[in-house]
Design a protein around this ligand. Structure first.
Ligand SMILES: Cc1cc2nc3c(=O)[nH]c(=O)nc-3n(C[C@H](O)[C@H](O)[C@H](O)COP(=O)(O)O)c2cc1C
Length: 397
């Protein structure tokens, strides 16, 4: 059977699936449920010195929205959005640390890893919270420079307000990395222009890994009432954000993969997505929205799905999949030329391919569709829409 263990920042994880920092990791009781469901790691809800961010969690609101951005009311489709307004850990740090130490002890018995997460409001606070976490026995710590909500709260200087200020964020990273023994991971916001540049700065400041990425800020009006869902702008994400996240994982691995480990979050829905994150270059994959949709048992299914996939494909270790898709990336100029070829035997002459051909390459005959080769640029639109799978193939020329 496949070996799902993976090394991340010098710590061995029994599998690459982590319950992301959020309500499923709000306290020891919740984190234990993630661990019981087989997660390789839990990232505790972010501990903070911001009373505003603690209080917000008392008034948290979220909605699962369907593809039309309406409240689901029943089955949540795969293409859902989670639209949420919520804060950070409920308890002040001293009290929250009791949740951490209890979970660390429990995780030890179950071969799981607890990662601490902190968000402070000034420079000294980051070090103080980091120290508290380290003293609580976590082997790794994540600094939350990605939380979108402080951006929507005047005067709260944490989360993505830090992550958008590369110099300040690097200074915090340097101070925390110097003060702590354990490796420091930085969770970043995707709402910046260049995460490769930022990751490089964070690496130089002492970060051992980056978490790519926290969520976006969005806005969703309810057209029935003419008012916004849950009263206004909010954090938004869902499986549809995955390609945006994987793009950054791809680029950071390519530029800095020999210097920085990567953990991925923002768009991982199931075991297939875990594989995509790993093949893009993420050592461990954090999952939140899907667990909030389907409950803790979702985690167990995804670990089993990953094992089954690896067995079926013959991957003996997670390392064998790590970054392979990123490493196989071609520049635009290196792409081979292709032409469409139609199998006249199976072509139903339905005309679908004609609608999506903008090179005047597809021609409909009496019984079959055929390709005018000199016109075909090999875009593959026809290949994508042809309902008779295997009828149109893209041939390298
Ligand atoms: C309701 C909610 C609360 C969250 N709370 C935190 C948090 O306290 N700290 C943090 O770093 N990220 C937090 N996140 C972000 C998640 O950890 C995760 O990175 C994000 O949801 C993207 O992953 P997903 O696509 O699997 O949901 C929260 C997300 C949601 C939806």
């Amino acid at each position: 059977m496949a070996d799902t263990r993976i090394d991340f920042c010098g710590v061995t994880f029994k599998n690459p699936l982590a319950a992301a920092s959020a309500e499923p990791t709000l306290n020891a009781a919740n984190m234990k449920q993630c661990i019981d469901a087989g997660a390789g790691a839990v990232i505790a809800k972010t501990m903070t010195d911001s009373a505003d961010m603690r209080e917000l969690t008392q008034r948290a609101k979220w909605r699962f929205l369907n593809e039309k951005l309406e409240v689901c009311h029943g089955r949540v489709p795969r293409g859902f959005s989670l639209y949420s307004r919520s804060g950070l850990a409920l308890e002040p740090p001293k009290d929250f640390m009791r949740e951490i130490t209890e979970t660390v002890e429990y995780a030890r018995q179950k071969d799981a890893v607890v990662i601490g997460s902190v968000a402070a409001t000034d420079m000294d606070g980051w070090v103080t919270l980091g120290k508290q976490m380290e003293d609580g026995g976590v082997p790794l710590i994540e600094l939350n420079f990605g939380c979108p909500h402080p951006k929507l709260m005047p005067g709260v200087r944490t989360g993505m307000n830090v992550g958008q200020d590369f110099e300040y964020a690097s200074e915090i990273t340097r101070k925390v990395a110097d003060a702590l023994e354990i490796p420091v991971i930085i969770k970043v916001t995707p709402q910046v222009t260049d995460l490769v540049l930022f990751s490089d700065m964070l690496h130089k400041a002492g970060a051992r890994a980056v978490t790519l990425t926290n969520r976006f800020i969005g806005f969703v009006p309810d057209i029935e009432t003419g008012k916004p869902q849950i009263y206004g702008k909010a954090g938004v994400g869902g499986p549809w954000t995955k390609p945006l996240t994987l793009r950054w994982i791809n680029e950071v691995r390519t530029a800095l993969g020999d210097k920085l480990d990567i953990t991925g979050t923002n768009g991982a829905y199931d075991w297939r997505d875990i594989v995509m994150f790993i093949m893009s270059g993420a050592h461990i994959v954090q999952m939140c929205s899907a667990v909030m949709c389907y409950g803790y048992a979702w985690l167990e299914k995804q670990v089993k799905g990953l094992e089954a996939f690896m067995d079926e494909k013959g991957y003996e270790t997670v390392d064998q999949m790590l970054g392979i898709a990123t490493d196989a990336c071609l520049e635009y100029a290196d792409m081979p030329h292709e032409k469409a070829r139609v199998d006249a035997e199976t072509c139903k002459n339905c005309g679908m391919c004609l609608k999506v051909c903008f090179s005047d390459a597809m021609q409909q005959g009496d019984d079959t569709t055929f390709v005018t080769e000199e016109n075909c640029v090999g875009c593959g639109g026809c290949y994508s829409v042809c309902p008779a799978k295997g009828t149109i193939e893209m041939i390298q020329v």
